[in-house]
Design a protein around this ligand. Sequence first.
Ligand SMILES: O=C(CO)COP(=O)(O)O
Length: 254
Amino acid sequence: MGRKFFVGGNWKCNGTVEEVKKIVSMLNEAEVPSEDIVEVVVSPPFVFLPLVKSLLRPDFLVAAQNCWVRKGGAFTGEISAEMLVNLGIPWVIIGHSERRSLLNETNEFVGDKVAYALSRGLKVIACVGETLEQRESGSTMDVVAAQTKAIADKVSSWDNIVLAYEPVWAIGTGKVATPAQAQEVHFELRKWLEANVSPAVAASTRIIYGGSVNGANCKELAKQLDIDGFLVGGASLKPEFVDIIKSATVKKSA
Ligand SMILES: O=C(CO)COP(=O)(O)O
């Protein structure tokens, strides 16, 4: 169906110059499947973006972890989409659950950010996901559908969006969703896109999974029909990130 496997590494708020250089050399030396099998994007904190971009192998790309909702200006502490474009940063992560919960980013705000970033020419990894309470009360699909709708309402094309399903209860907890749990939500999200955006967008949009993905659990997850890759936190800072990139071949032969 032509959805190229996508592996993102979200470094979150971690690293020193020395650590960043070490991770980049580890990635530069890694033998991974070719670019037509897997797309790899790493997302360091803003301050390291130029350094990582200048050192990283050309077949891996970089992403910012956030950007301002509109054109830059008098917004102390923010980084605009225009600045990312100016630096040649192709991707940005928007709507990560840590920003939604700790910084009160609402569905509407996330939708506005996605739309603005796309309008400037950035590609977007847009994150959705339910909390444990929401899962336990049976509202997982309502929650992720509302988050996805807030994005769909604001954008005219999904060509440059990767949708990341990251259940909040699986992030940084070591408690990964089972392949069946993840597949179920990915399948439902694709159905949602089919019904509410278009069958073509549903068929072509990559839906990636995030939440305690590691070198040991990635293959079983990658085998699932509607899992088109991963957004990796903790393990993206370690050599096992390379094993996660390699899980793209599981998909290829599936
Ligand atoms: O939040 C995540 C990626 O964006 C997932 O984090 P962990 O892989 O550390 O659980």
